[in-house]
Design a protein. Structure first.
Length: 358
């Protein structure tokens, strides 16, 4: 039987190593390969879920318009509820964006190297990816990028800010210049790590119909296993994507977890601040070993281990530390990405890296 012709030559998204799930004592593991939180979410999350499991109708479909969640997101983002919609993860949202706003044969520009999953949904629809690569220091040149857009004329642009895995951050003024200069292009701004960056384009969504922001609860809020994210955009774009959005796809437990997490912002902010401080200390320690380090804007860093990469990855795994090998990505053959956790966690990781290199 034949399949979708667009899938015949597609390259799947490469997931991180799954070795960790075969280990016995997960409490002894430092999972630093997929940029999840390294601590549990707010205790309020577990309490809310326990109450739900004991008192609610598990046989019902989820709430398809959770006003409590939308109200909390509205307050958190300082936007009207009409500018917000939630989804079963930002990955799921990316797929809906592609299905809603792209046609077969249209171009999508991606600033690379970056998070690769958005590409899959785009290519499955028969759209074409065109890459604009950051320079050798992973810096962005807006003048060159505008020339690139003028030449390629894409229907859509995907920008991760701050960028995973390079840590590149984009000035809001540069991004707004793009939004207003290319009104015919949809700009997808992935703000998965914006809490660690501290700046956002959220205030611009009511000003530009060609701006769509995607966010997740998986990083700063520690809800990766719940698979819940959200979209910030104009009411027009929200209404359009709602034409095909499956309202039952966000589980009741995911909604409850997100609500509980949003009711304990102090917990999230304390963790974010700890990660930022830990990141600075960890980067300084690695640079003392003469390692080339990038990506100081998210909850991760990018490290060039050169010919020591395989040895270091294996040594860390023997010590139950799992990091992300990026050798499959253009420009990053000798690089690894390391999720940043607490200072205690990262001091332990540094000691093991130092042992390996020495």
């Amino acid at each position: 039987m034949s399949i979708n012709k667009n899938l015949r030559n597609i390259i799947p998204y490469k997931v991180s190593s799954q070795k960790v799930y075969s280990l016995g004592n997960l409490d002894a593991v430092l999972k630093l390969d997929w940029n999840e939180s390294t601590i549990q979410p707010s205790p309020k999350v577990s309490l809310a879920i326990e109450e739900y499991l004991n008192n609610q109708n598990l046989n019902w479909y989820p709430n398809v318009k959770n006003d409590d969640l939308l109200d909390l997101l509205s307050k958190y983002c300082d936007l009207d509820k009409d500018n917000i919609q939630y989804f079963a993860s930002s990955d799921n949202l990316h797929e809906y964006i592609a299905r809603t706003f792209l046609n077969n044969g249209e171009k999508v520009a991606i600033i690379a190297p970056t998070y690769d999953n958005f590409r899959i949904g785009v290519e499955s629809l028969g759209a074409k990816i065109v890459y604009f690569y950051l320079d050798h220091n992973f810096q962005f040149d807006i003048i060159k990028f505008k020339k690139f857009l003028d030449l390629e004329k894409p229907r859509m642009v995907y920008i991760c800010n701050p960028n995973n895995p390079t840590g590149t951050s984009y000035l809001k003024s540069d991004l707004e210049l793009l939004f207003k200069s290319y009104l015919e292009i949809y700009f997808i701004i992935d703000e998965a790590y914006f809490e660690f960056l501290g700046t956002s384009c959220a205030e611009l969504v009511s000003k530009y119909d060609n701006l769509i922001i995607t966010r997740t609860f998986s990083k700063a809020f520690g809800l990766a296993s719940f698979r819940i994210g959200y979209m910030l955009s104009s009411k027009k774009n929200i209404d359009t994507i709602n034409l095909i959005r499956n309202p039952k796809s966000v589980t009741s437990i995911s909604q409850i977890a997100a609500i509980a997490a949003l009711k304990d912002l102090d917990y999230m902010k304390k963790y974010v601040n700890e990660v930022i401080c830990s990141r600075e200390h960890f980067v300084s320690n690695l640079e003392s070993l003469n390692l080339e380090v990038y990506a100081d804007k998210g909850n991760f860093i990018l490290v060039n281990l050169l010919d020591m990469k395989s040895k270091c990855i294996n040594y860390l795994e023997k010590n139950n530390i799992f990091i992300r090998d990026l050798g499959h990505i253009k420009m990053l053959y000798s690089f690894v990405r390391i999720t940043i956790g607490t200072e205690e966690q990262m001091n332990f990781v540094f000691e093991k890296i130092r042992e390996c290199l020495e």
